[in-house]
Ligand binder design. Structure first.
Ligand code: PXG
Ligand code: PLP
Length: 455
């Protein structure tokens, strides 16, 4: 019902308690959130700069997760803020289909200087989920334009997260994200995940055991035949499902099997891209180059939504046939190469370059590792794992209440001015790459106190 009354500052005629948060918070259906719990006791953020958020009341919160694995250069960085503001004034939007604008091209050239050799074509999207859909479609279409149209099958992995669209949840391996949504994409299969506490608990860096799990791909080839398989998609390090590292040699083995059978290898680097592991990309870090690589998040430092797919030259070139005036790849988004996103990304790359942030994680990793592993032995801790500036602390679940122990830690950390992320009973840390030793000590000190208090 339309009303002239300003419901922010004046009592609304329809509600008994004018300022009741429940009324004001009614319209927004929040994503991946326990809506009713949140609206009963909201956790609001109002400002951000550098390593910190502030609540509307002015309470300072240390950002232990770079927003949501994305604000790699820290918050409110001047070059990025300026780039976005100037672009908004100069040209707010430009249609991306059959039109271009200079920053889209400039950005693509800058990006492919950072990617592993060979990944030299960029297709823009607006999120990681869209990047994943784009890569999956590119893979299937690539085989078709080469005359191998039977290669349609997509292989994912248990405990994989590839965003929330139908393709992504189909190749993904998170039951809660899949079970509500019907039969999903046909012709998808999964390899086993690589998480193995019995053999690998408390590994520092990549774990020793499990490279043989890559042979699951050989088994799927035996089952389905290589001639039906388009691509395999994995996160080099799984983020969302609790910081699962690839066993030594695992990614190399996947690469070999893909090469042997003509299967495209897709790395989903939405989290691992842009310095998270201490190298520009996980592909750089592990020395394994995929055929397609998806990114998002850190590409704009989280400031404007953007994602991208990097493709090898020969994949791009396979599409460049037919008459010149014909569209080669029937795919794209209204906001592909959005001018604000391109400007934000250029400002972000400048900031990364000036401050050496794409490799700073490697410098800070030893301190981070030592601090995290000091949590070993605290109540309910059953594993600590780390790589670059990503950490996972796995807790034993409360019997019959999976996820509750870690969520209680999350709530208590929030009360103490620290933002962490939990997934199941694993605490995930992925701080901005500008982090200093004092912040690391604050994060680990707070966690230690909270774990002891909740014991
Ligand atoms: N692939 C990977 C590997 C991701 O981590 C996506 C795709 C999807 O990106 P968008 O931009 O569509 O969200 C992601 C996103 C968490 C968490 O809880 C992780 C993500 C998103 C939200 C929460 O760890 N990763
Ligand atoms: N739905 C309708 C009715 C549209 O017209 C469009 C784009 O024109 C879309 C969905 C797709 O939106 P986007 O290009 O922002 O992904």
């Amino acid at each position: 019902m339309y009303t002239e009354v300003d419901t922010i500052t004046a009592p609304h005629p329809d509600v008994a308690t004018p300022a009741a948060p429940a009324a004001k918070m009614d319209a927004y259906w929040m994503p991946f959130t326990a809506n009713r719990q949140f609206k009963k006791s909201p956790r609001m953020l109002a400002k951000a700069a550098g390593m910190y958020f502030w609540t509307p009341e002015g309470r300072q919160i240390l950002d232990g997760i770079a927003g949501l694995w994305c604000v790699n250069a820290g918050h409110a960085r001047p070059r990025i803020v300026k780039a976005i503001a100037e672009q908004a004034a100069e040209m707010d939007f430009a249609p991306p289909f059959n039109m271009g604008h200079p920053k889209a091209f400039e950005l693509a050239e800058r990006l492919v200087e950072l990617t592993p050799k060979g990944l030299n074509k960029v297709f823009y999207t607006n999120s990681g989920s869209e990047a994943v859909e784009t890569a999956l479609k590119m893979a299937v279409a690539y085989h078709r334009v080469r005359g191998e149209g039977a290669r349609t099958r997509l292989i994912g992995r248990e405990r994989g997260y590839h965003g929330v669209n139908f393709g992504g949840i189909s190749v993904g391996g998170i039951v809660a994200n899949r079970k509500m949504f019907g039969p999903l994409l046909a012709g998808v299969d999964h390899m086993r995940h690589t998480h193995d506490l019995a053999r690998n608990a408390y590994s520092r860096g990549v774990p020793e055991f499990g490279a043989e799990l890559a042979d699951d791909l050989e088994r799927l080839v035996t089952l389905h035949d290589a001639s039906t398989i388009a691509a395999v998609i994995v996160e080099p390090v799984a983020g969302s499902t609790g910081v699962l590292l690839p066993p030594k040699g695992y990614l190399q083995r996947l690469r070999e099997i893909c090469d042997k059978h003509g299967i495209l290898l897709i790395f989903d680097e939405v989290i691992t891209g842009f310095g998270r592991l201490g190298s520009p990309f996980a592909a750089t870090h592990f020395g394994v180059t995929p055929d397609l690589m998806t990114v998002a998040k850190g590409i704009t430092n989280g400031c404007v939504p953007m994602g991208a797919v990097f493709a090898k030259q020969h994949i791009h070139d396979a599409f460049m046939n037919g008459p010149d005036h014909m569209i080669e790849f029937f795919h794209g988004y209204t906001y592909s190469a959005h001018p604000l996103a391109c400007a934000a990304a250029l400002g972000t790359l400048d900031t990364y370059a000036e401050e050496g942030l794409l490799t700073r994680g490697a410098k800070m990793a030893p301190l981070f590792e030592t601090a995290l592993h000091s949590l070993k032995g605290l109540p309910h801790v059953i594993d600590v794992r780390n790589i670059g500036l990503v950490g996972g602390i796995e807790l034993a679940p409360i019997a019959g209440q999976p996820g509750k122990r870690a969520f209680d830690v999350f709530l208590e950390c929030w009360e103490r001015g620290l933002l962490i992320r939990t997934t199941g009973d694993t605490i995930a840390l992925s701080p901005p790459l500008i982090i200093e030793d004092a912040h690391i000590q604050q994060i680990v000190g707070t966690l230690a106190d909270v774990l002891k208090k909740l014991a």
